[in-house]
Design a protein around this ligand. Structure first.
Ligand SMILES: *Cc1c(COP(=O)(O)O)cnc(C)c1O
Length: 484
């Protein structure tokens, strides 16, 4: 009797395509600088993408031809040296090999006795060491900082609410609990607070100073006022690198306030936590060691191929108690495949995950930790350089202090009113992107449309930033000529 399988009928054909793919990816990354940073996806490609579910098998060579035509040219552009939008990492070729190996071996993380769990354990030990965080802390590898923060903020809720939230839910709450963060805190934090059943109205958004740091006096006032009004403040979230401007809150003072009120202190260090490993800018992360939990990303400034983040929790017991639930069919053994002591599924919501840590383990060995620190420092110095170019130019205006790797500025001209200036700068950003010159993103600061350059890119050179500034001015002049 013939029985089916998904294995290739022709292994040699698969081998040939596999080698071709590796060759193409090497060429793609080697020549990335020569390509447009980004290009719009043509309508015909979008149409071609919309097809009924395949019923017949297709030749893998035809599938790969589609990939060359429809997928490879229309990526986000974040592997290009002139991509500085949002906060997106560059990745590495060897990291991609890590994904290939992890995926071909098809290892689920989460539990059971197999080597992926030991790689994860090792990577978490390395993270604690490189961030100089408590060596006793527990950790979990996540998809990103959003999930990492959700984990940290869950432990905060379960511990500081003061009763068994896992059993009783928030139904038996007699005092409303409140979380605190600055107005610059990332949206994932509010989403986490909403998911936790606390409600966004109990997520206090504290105003910021001129430097976009949390206003400490306002925070103190908000906590006192809430206490007087019968709320139960349980968690402060500090920003170590805000997404808008890269601002860093006064983490040491936030830790003091949290301690005084018996609150949890979580840090969103998605990219900024990694300044700890730089040769010169490590002081930006002062106070990080005081956090009860920290969320970081590997796929941004650590250039690990998407998607990997990590949460560290100072108290392994509280971390475990927030998530562990072990039915008989998942019982942890001491022998055999059910074996190991640590199941990472006891430290987060998800059970199965991909073997995300192999690429981190591989690239750390490939380059060594110091190299990563130097590259982060290089980006910080490039941001300073860009800031100087802007300051020197009468037609450019800085819209926020450059605290780290993010520069917010705009094109300006005397006598043009605010609304038109906003439109003009928006048009500059769109044209830079659509012409494939560079990808900055934008934000609004005090009502002003800002061109936002966020450098988490190991391929960027200073020259690229100079060319970029010239392009901004050239495009601004062209727009001026047509609209003014
Ligand atoms: C990117 C980012 C997040 C969200 O992280 P993901 O990895 O995208 O989930 C949170 N906070 C800050 C400051 C970020 O830059």
């Amino acid at each position: 009797m013939f029985e089916e399988t998904l294995d290739p009928k022709d292994w040699e054909e698969q081998r040939k395509i596999g080698h071709q793919i590796i060759d193409d990816m090497i060429e793609h990354l080697k020549n990335i600088r020569e390509k447009p940073v980004w290009q719009p996806i043509p309508l015909e490609i979008k149409d071609k993408m919309r097809k009924p579910i395949p019923k017949e098998h297709q030749k893998i060579s035809a599938i790969y031809n589609d990939i060359r035509e429809m997928i490879i040219p229309y990526t986000l552009g974040n592997t290009h040296p002139c991509f500085w939008g949002w906060v997106v990492g560059t990745g590495t070729l060897f990291g991609a090999y890590g994904d290939l190996i992890a995926s071909a071996l098809n290892q689920p993380s989460g539990g059971l006795e197999h080597i992926a769990n030991y790689v994860e354990y090792q990577v978490i030990e390395w993270v604690k060491e490189m961030l100089a965080y408590d060596p006793q802390a527990s950790g979990l590898i996540t998809r990103g900082a959003s999930m990492a923060s959700l984990v940290g903020l869950t432990v905060a809720r379960n511990l500081k609410t003061g009763y068994n939230v896992r059993e009783k839910g928030l139904q038996s709450l007699n005092a409303k609990i409140t979380y605190y963060c600055s107005t610059e805190g990332h949206s994932c934090l509010q989403k986490a607070v909403e998911l936790l059943g606390i409600g966004s109205q109990n997520f206090r958004r504290i105003p910021v100073t001129e430097d976009f740091q949390i206003n400490i006096e306002e925070l103190k006032k908000a906590i006192s006022k809430d206490k007087q009004n019968g709320y139960k403040p349980i968690c402060i979230i500090g920003n170590l690198g805000t997404v808008n401007t890269g601002a860093v809150d006064d983490l040491t003072t936030l830790a003091d306030i949290a301690k005084k009120h018996d609150m949890w202190f979580h840090i969103d260090g998605a990219f900024g936590a990694l300044t700890k490993i730089t040769p010169e800018s490590y002081h930006l992360a002062d106070g990080m060691e005081l956090a009860d939990s920290i969320a970081i990303d590997f796929h941004k400034w650590f250039h690990t191929n998407y998607a990997v983040g990590c949460v560290l929790v100072k108290s392994p017991k509280d971390h475990y108690n927030s998530f562990a639930l072990v039915p008989e069919y998942l019982a942890h053994g001491t022998r055999g495949v059910g074996g190991p002591e640590i199941w990472y599924s006891d430290y987060g919501f998800e059970l199965s995950g991909e073997f995300k840590t192999l690429k981190i383990w591989m690239t750390l060995k490939e380059h060594g930790i110091e190299k990563f620190g130097q590259l982060i420092e290089q980006n910080i110095q490039q941001a300073k350089y860009l800031t100087e170019l802007i300051k020197k130019d009468d037609n450019l205006e800085l819209l926020a202090p450059t605290a780290m790797n993010i520069v917010c500025f705009r094109f300006k001209k005397e006598g043009i009113d605010q609304e038109i200036l906003n439109k003009l700068n928006e048009e500059i950003v769109l044209q830079l992107q659509e012409q494939g010159i560079a990808v900055p993103s934008h934000t609004r600061l005090n009502g002003n449309y800002a061109i936002r350059v966020s450098i988490t890119n190991h391929r960027t050179k200073r020259e690229d930033l100079k060319t970029f500034i010239n392009a901004v001015k050239r495009i601004a002049k062209q727009i001026e000529a047509t609209i003014l």
